[in-house]
Design a protein around this ligand. Structure first.
Ligand SMILES: [Zn+2]
Length: 413
């Protein structure tokens, strides 16, 4: 049997089994007694509801991943990729356009398979727990808009990469690396102005008192902020969130309207302080550097597997091509990703603790960081007692009780 096929199938199965085990442990770890820290914000009924929510979403994710694994393996073993390649080649256009058609068909297939799951999750599970605000129209428009975006942006960058690997020989990977890095900076620059407004309405923050508080805080921290916005998160969900976009002088912060409804001004300031902490402590810079570095390594490794006949044989392909090499290399990279994700999550969790500490040390009402986190967890029905193994694999943020403990330690200093 083909060695690449063994590696790829093993990676798919191993990842699947690890996830099932982690999910199982996580469910077994659900505790029925409410942690003391949450007695003032959770009642028994709501706490039971949060556990019910964890159970339902976990069960659903198990069903989805089982289905996906079966589809993926059958698709590989039955030569699905070759079939798509034949269709793309049938169009009788040049190499690069054929490649784009190949990617587009894959993208559409992936959508077709995943839409029923995302519809069920939105309109059945999220609905049942009172989170869903998405209308059928918004749901459909979201899919259409993101598909169009993927096709437009994806075609541009893929066409360039394919062209480089076709024309530039041994060092194509270096040029591809550079262009992808530039392209991702451009996207981040354009996102707040052109891309995000396609999905949400951004309104400048109206609340004058809050605005003044934010301005004062930002000035104290010597932080450059271009704009403070509210976004209509409530169009899709009652869950709360906040984020920054842009860099340099063009940083903007956006709060979900749902956040503003339920948090006090001091708590919103704590959330802002946390986000500013990520910038001040250079977490954003670090993650940009890491991602530039890993993009480079990925392209170098890819260059070693372009048109590798054995790799193509694993997928039962009749023709070699650069475009299909990219897809197959993605499968080959999976084992490495399984190993690296827990490390990047670990780093991210460390950054979260540090950003919390930054907020606590810099805001006027430090205890607001704690109460904000508690309100967020209750509102989003977060699991208060995730299993350690599940956290190790999946959590980019530490479990909320650990964050609170860390905040208290900082407050006590
Ligand atoms: Zn954070």
């Amino acid at each position: 049997m083909n060695i690449y096929l063994i590696i790829i199938l093993a990676a798919i199965l191993v990842e699947y089994v690890i996830d099932l085990v982690a999910n199982h442990l996580n469910l077994k770890n659900l505790k029925t007694t409410l942690p003391g820290e949450f007695e003032d914000v959770f009642d028994e009924v709501k706490y039971a509801k949060s556990q019910h929510y964890t159970r339902e979403t976990t069960k659903f994710s198990n069903i989805q991943s089982t289905f996906m694994v079966i589809v993926k393996i059958l698709f590989i073993l039955l030569g699905g990729f070759n079939l798509i390649d034949m269709i793309a080649r049938g169009a009788g256009v040049g190499n690069i356009l054929t490649g784009l058609i190949f990617f587009a068909i894959l993208l559409l297939l992936q959508e077709v398979v995943s839409i029923p799951f995302s519809a069920y999750s939105t309109f059945v599970i999220e609905e049942k727990f009172g989170f869903n605000k998405t209308s059928a129209k918004t749901f459909v428009m979201d899919i259409i808009k993101s598909l169009l975006l993927s096709i437009i942006l994806g075609s541009i960058i893929l066409a360039v990469i394919l062209l480089f690997f076709q024309k530039l020989g041994d060092f194509a990977w270096v040029y591809a690396w550079l262009i992808v890095v530039l392209f991702s900076f451009l996207i981040q620059y354009l996102a707040p102005k052109l891309i995000l407004p396609l999905f949400n309405k951004f309104t400048p923050l109206q609340d004058d008192e809050l605005k003044q508080k934010i301005r004062n805080y930002v000035r104290q921290q010597g932080f450059k902020l271009k704009g403070i916005f509210t976004i209509d998160g409530s169009r899709r969900t009652t869950k709360m969130n906040a984020y920054f976009t842009g860099f340099g002088k063009y940083k903007r912060v956006a709060f979900y309207d749902t956040l503003q409804e339920k948090l006090s001004n001091n708590e919103i300031l704590a959330v802002l302080g946390h986000e500013i902490g990520h910038y001040k402590l250079k977490h954003i810079l670090k993650s940009i550097v890491i991602s530039i570095f890993t993009t480079g390594i990925t392209f170098f490794l890819l260059s070693l597997f372009i048109k590798n006949p054995q790799l193509f044989a694993a997928f039962r392909m009749e023709h070699l091509s650069i475009y299909a090499s990219i897809v197959f290399f993605g499968f080959l990279l999976a084992p490495l990703q399984i190993l690296l994700t827990p490390f990047s999550n670990y780093l991210s969790r460390k950054h979260e603790y540090a950003a919390d500490e930054f907020a606590v040390e810099t805001i006027d009402e430090p205890v607001a960081m704690k109460t904000a986190l508690k309100k967020l967890s209750v509102n989003n029905l977060s699991n208060l007692t995730p299993h350690r193994f599940y956290v190790f694999l999946n959590y980019s943020h530490p479990p909320v009780l650990k964050r609170i403990k860390n905040i208290e330690k900082t407050l006590g200093k």
